[in-house]
Design a protein around this ligand. Structure first.
Ligand code: ADP
Ligand code: ZN
Length: 751
């Protein structure tokens, strides 16, 4: 009986596809195996999700051309996880599975084109014409390119002709050409088990091991109990900065391995994977096969690491968001460090949250979970409050080190005293000077890239805007250009206002580049470096600066929030925050939470060694609760205040939220589709759904497209998911293009 396979293909459609198992095979491909299939005129690599025996006709169903994996790439748990991601986030299923699979390095698909009889006749017709259009000339050139013996040509070669791609498509439709895809294995098959994980780790059997303090021990015991029970259970490890959460993770990983299971550790940034994997290698020894997975690895490297994990040679994976799909088997433990970090949310399709996908995966595999944070997300803490998660607390720093002393500097007073507005107020400059004199270090956080925030016209008051986005351009002095931080657009600073031709333009606001310049001017002898996306463009440059700072070759490090995370510097005695207010002003319900988190994180960078640390936070709103609680590092108080606001406004964690953007290059299209969508959504209000919008999105134009926004809140998750699923189906019926409606479930930012 014929076997039909459900195959997920990397195309932006919300469906899977049916193919027949190759007749030449005795058995159908395994579920989870990658296959090559014909799709339109291309060959695509997809993955088999299910196989069913089906009696009767299979007319029109095409056959799988090649099965790439004898052993399936994806485990059953990963297939289930992929299906969950697709349905929960309403993401095209094929794109979800594409992000789960290793890069395809072992095969090459070649599209071959041959000329048909009809093609030969059409060429003669074209040649007989007295005059030919440009299109016809290209078509004739393509048809003439074929040798007379009927041998096929590579499609890539024909595409290189000017207009070749379009002409080829027309000729294929006409039946003048025929396409066929052949796949070739690359010599020396890459991937597979024979790829050991690169260089042997430097293993020292006596890697530092601290005697755990009683709180660490209690936390570890709780996780060990979950591992022993072999059941899904979530622990929220709320530990102040420097409380030694990493030791708890390490102990839990050791316990998982001892129980014969594997462990997955997610960290919020690529830069943090290295330090942690080294620590793990030193602690666990080479047998554990600690493997790093993240998106910055090259294809060959990533494929090798992926297959090392798949083969079982690697039992511990440290990675960023996408590592949640690491093909570990017998998963026993999942650790999500800094679980509140926004970087766990993928901003492109599929817009999944790494932490939440990790929780679902752990549930599917019966694994224990540790979510670690000094400032848990409102969502996770509320779950702990409700008893859904077990709360484990590390309320003090290790070795009785005090928390840093935090002082708020009221910029309004600074101005009244000095009658100047400068990024670095008097108090902060003084404190930096003291550190330089004492030979200790300072970290200065400024949460804005570039030199000036924007360029403003004194006559009409307009800022110089991006031509593709409704956003002011940022001045980058070193590059001498105004840049859009949302699209690639840049331009030189105009001499006159582009709107009113006014002559008086001036720069407003200080970014990281300018703060660095001011520091250099103020402290000429000091060794200063800047860390942000503009100053470091590679992982290497990033590591070099951090190592230089850790090694004492630098006195002051200034940078964006890249600085705030994770790093364990022991000689920092001052952390300065240039402005606590930048994040507060954003039109986003998470503004206060972000501000609080940033202040707590950054305060955690001071006084981590033997030396005591001070934190100075400059602000215009010292009385705001996010800033007050951040300064006191009082998470509980912040949570209470913020939870009140969220509950009253029906925001997460007290409602399920989705952000829906309708976009098009033509405003009238976006507006029409948004009206249609509004009508589709309206009936759901009876089921408790609140639909706000359509309204202009905060970024009303982005990369040349107009954007209208709906915010959808629901007291019940299931109602939200059902409604959105139905709405997308209805949009398809109304022939609204799939790419025009962007759904973001559990959005992190509303821009
Ligand atoms: P967190 O992630 O909670 O901010 P870390 O795990 O980075 O803190 O630990 C902070 C520092 O304390 C590290 O240098 C670590 O080696 C050290 N440390 C951890 N546990 C102990 C302990 N029980 N005794 C002494 N030092 C410890
Ligand atoms: Zn732009």
């Amino acid at each position: 009986m014929p076997e039909l396979c459900e195959v997920a293909l990397p195309v932006p459609l919300r469906t899977t596809f049916t193919y027949a198992a190759p007749a030449s095979l005795d058995a159908p491909p395994a579920c989870g195996a990658r296959v090559v299939v014909p799709f339109r005129n291309r060959a695509l690599v997809g993955v088999v999700l299910a196989c069913t025996e089906q009696a009767g006709v299979r007319d029109g169903i095409r056959e799988i051309s090649e099965v790439l994996d004898a052993e399936p790439a994806l485990t059953p748990a990963l297939i289930a996880l992929g299906r969950w991601v697709a349905s929960y986030y309403l993401a095209p299923v094929g794109e979800v599975f594409r992000s789960m699979l290793p890069p395809v390095v072992e095969i090459r698909a070649v599209q071959e084109i041959s000329r048909t009889r009809a093609g030969g006749e059409y060429l003669r017709e074209l040649e007989a014409l007295e005059e030919r259009t440009g299109d016809e000339r290209t078509e004739a050139a393509i048809l003439r390119a074929f040798p007379s013996d009927g041998a096929p040509l590579r499609a890539a070669r024909l595409r290189r002709l000017a207009g070749g791609e379009m002409a080829m498509a027309r000729l294929l439709r006409r039946g003048a050409l025929e396409a066929r895809v052949i796949t070739r294995r690359r010599a020396g098959r890459a991937g597979g088990v024979e790829f050991a994980s690169e260089a042997p780790p430097e293993w020292s059997p006596d890697a530092p091991r601290h005697a755990l303090n009683p709180e660490q021990l209690r936390a570890l015991e709780a996780v060990r109990a979950d591992l022993a029970a072999g059941q899904f259970h979530v622990n929220l490890l709320h530990g102040v900065t420097g409380s030694g959460k990493t030791e708890v993770y390490l102990g839990a990983i050791e316990a998982a391995l001892a129980a014969g299971r594997s462990a997955l550790v997610l960290v919020p940034e690529i830069a943090l994977t290295m330090a942690l994997s080294r620590l793990l290698e030193a602690r666990l020894g080479p047998g554990a096969g600690v493997t790093v997975l993240h998106s910055a690895l090259g294809d060959a490297e990533r494929s090798a690491a992926w297959w090392a994990v798949r083969s079982g040679a690697a039992r511990v994976v440290v990675g960023t968001r996408s590592a949640v799909f690491a093909p570990l088997e017998r998963l026993g433990l999942v650790v999500v460090d800094e679980e509140q970090e926004a970087s766990y949310k993928q901003e492109e399709t599929p817009k999944y949250h790494g932490r939440d996908a990790a929780l679902v995966r752990a549930k599917l595999e019966g694994a224990a979970v540790v979510l670690g944070s000094a400032t848990p997300s409102l969502e996770s803490y509320q779950n702990a409050r409700r008893g859904k998660y077990r709360l484990l607390e590390l309320p003090t720093r290790v070795a009785d080190r005090p928390l840093a002393r935090v002082e708020l500097v009221d910029l309004r007073e600074d101005f009244q005293r000095t009658h100047r507005t400068r990024a670095l107020g008097e108090r902060l400059r003084g404190a930096i000077g003291e550190r330089l004199a004492a030979g200790t270090q300072a970290l200065i956080l400024i949460n804005r890239r570039g030199y000036s925030w924007f360029m403003l016209c004194r006559s009409c008051g307009a800022a110089v805007q991006c031509q593709n986005c409704s956003i002011a351009l940022t001045w980058h002095k070193r590059r001498a250009r105004l840049l859009c931080h949302y699209c690639a657009f840049s331009r030189p600073a105009p001499a006159v206002c582009p709107k009113c031709s006014g002559k008086y333009l001036y720069f407003v606001g200080e970014g990281a580049e300018q703060v660095e310049e001011q520091l250099r001017a103020e402290f000429p002898g000091a060794r200063i470096a800047r860390l942000d996306r503009d100053s470091v463009r590679t992982q290497q440059a990033y590591r070099k600066i951090l190592e230089g700072f850790a090694g004492g070759e630098l006195d002051v490090l200034v940078g964006t929030q890249m600085l705030a995370k994770g790093h364990d510097f022991h000689r920092v005695t001052l952390v300065g925050v240039v402005s606590a207010d930048l994040a507060l002003g954003l039109p986003d319900f998470r503004a206060a939470e972000r501000t609080f988190q940033l202040l707590t994180q950054v305060a955690g960078r001071a006084g981590r060694g033997e030396l005591r640390g001070d934190v100075l936070i400059q602000t215009h709103y010292p009385e705001h609760y996010a800033i007050q609680c951040g300064a006191r590092q009082d998470y509980r108080a912040f949570f209470e205040r913020e939870a009140q606001f969220r509950r009253a406004m029906h925001y997460p964690p007290f409602a399920a939220l989705a952000n829906v953007i309708v976009r098009d290059a033509k405003l009238e299209n976006a507006a029409r589709w948004a009206r249609q969508l509004a009508a589709i959504l309206a009936p759901a209000e009876e089921r408790g759904l609140k639909v706000l919008g359509p309204a202009a999105a905060p970024l009303a134009r982005l990369r040349g497209e107009h954007r209208l926004q709906f915010l959808i809140k629901s007291p019940r998750r299931s109602v939200l998911t059902e409604t959105l699923t139905r709405a997308l189906g209805a949009c398809a019926e109304k022939e609204i293009p799939e790419g025009a409606v962007l759904v973001d479930v559990d959005p992190i930012g509303l821009m």
